[in-house]
Design a protein around this ligand. Structure first.
Ligand SMILES: [Zn+2]
Length: 147
């Protein structure tokens, strides 16, 4: 039997762990929930459009819509219990989140300027989606895709 010491070196290779981190980041659960729900609704999309401002999580270039699935903490979801700023280093976190929000706003505006409709779906909303029946999505979302 192989001991932990004999593990292939690629497991701990920095490039590999970096790649793994990226994969984890891309397939975050809230995003998976949204993607699954869009598939159920028969909405065609592509993921991680790096050529568009802010690399939207889900988008359709020819139909000109883009969706961001935002983590409540990192993107500063106002009034959300999942976006509580830690008391330790509070000013550091507040500034970091403010910067993220500014960047989000910039990206959304840049997309709208080139004719994209932009929808932001918050992580905490997707938790509610996950508990609902398959075709049940918030009105704002079904309205967005009805265009
Ligand atoms: Zn939230």
């Amino acid at each position: 039997m192989q001991s932990a010491l004999e593990r292939p070196s690629s497991w701990t290779d920095p490039a590999t762990s970096k790649r793994m981190a990226r994969i984890r980041q891309r397939d975050t659960r809230p995003e998976l929930v949204v993607r699954a729900r869009l598939r159920q609704l028969g909405i065609h999309y592509r993921c991680n459009y790096s050529g568009l401002p802010g690399s939207p999580d889900i988008a359709n270039k020819s139909k000109r819509w883009a969706v961001f699935v935002h983590g409540c903490f990192w993107h500063g979801h106002i009034g959300c219990s999942k976006a509580t700023v830690p008391k330790r280093n509070r000013s550091f976190w507040l500034e970091k989140i403010r910067t993220n929000r500014r960047r989000d706003r910039r990206n959304e505006n840049a997309l709208r300027k080139v004719g994209f409709a932009v929808l932001v779906i918050w992580e905490c909303e997707t938790f509610k989606w996950a508990r609902k029946p398959e075709n049940d999505v918030p009105k704002a979302v079904s309205y967005f895709f009805r265009r």
